[in-house]
Design a protein. Structure first.
Length: 247
């Protein structure tokens, strides 16, 4: 019944967040943080290549991994359009098995919060094993500061003269014990006012306390753990960026 990051959600993401679109300054932030990295970089949850392609254009060598075949298909098209190359892999981050090791693994814009909480230890341990000695992870986490149960929001996005996407987000519940929020996302592809295709996603996000995530990183073997709020620009931000190093 549910499809996460399928054809329509990938289409909408591409439309609203095109290549080079910076979400809250994330591209600039990661560009600066990666300047001193030696070795290749892996973007986990690469999506359509929104950040990957600008980083490569800056001279970095960046591979991408994502679970969504639809997102990766968009990413390949974007790489061709920009005439650049990258190794892309379709894999689940909780069972990651790539042929290379990296100087850094990044996971921007809170995508880590999509991973099932009972499997995050697996993901962090696998990130650790895919890093060079002294390699770094940089991970964004989101806190549910603006979540409102029962809230329904609809948005219409014209794609061309007679085609558009109607997106409806319904906030379901916040579970304080399991530390998760849940939404139902509905995407409807419209042509001349008629629904051509529908896609529904059960969208669940998990959150972490600062000390909790530090303990998870330490358990995986990471050292030199630090964090910043709002990419270092706001102490009231719901975005927390953790950095840590493989010893």
């Amino acid at each position: 019944m549910f499809k996460e990051y399928g054809e329509l959600s990938a289409m909408l993401y591409e439309h609203t967040k095109p290549i080079g679109y910076s979400v809250g300054g994330d591209i600039e932030y990661y560009s600066e943080k990666l300047k001193a990295i030696s070795g290749d970089i892996l973007e986990a949850g690469v999506g359509t290549g929104r950040m990957l392609i600008p980083l490569i254009k800056q001279g970095l060598t960046v591979d991408g991994v994502d679970l969504s075949a639809e997102m990766l298909a968009k990413c390949r098209l974007n790489l061709d359009k920009h005439k650049i190359c990258s190794k892309l892999y379709q894999q689940d981050l909780t069972s990651l098995d790539l042929p290379n090791k990296y100087g850094a693994i990044i996971m921007p814009t809170g995508s880590f919060c999509l991973l099932p909480k009972n499997l995050v230890n697996d993901a962090l341990n696998l990130f650790y094993s895919h890093l060079d000695d002294g390699g770094k992870i940089i991970i964004d986490l989101e806190l549910p500061m603006d979540f409102k149960s029962g809230e329904v929001r609809s948005y219409s996005y014209p794609l061309c003269n007679d085609i558009g996407i109607l997106f409806t987000s319904s906030s379901q519940d916040i579970d304080w014990i399991a530390q998760k929020t849940s939404y139902i996302h509905r995407y409807e592809l419209l042509k001349n006012g008629e629904v051509q295709k529908t896609e529904v996603s059960n969208f669940t996000l998990y959150w972490y306390g600062i000390l909790e995530f530090e303990m998870l990183l330490k358990s995986a073997g990471f050292v030199d753990i630090s964090y910043e709020l709002g990419y270092g620009t706001s102490n009231n931000s719901s975005l927390i960026t953790f950095s840590a190093v493989k010893k």
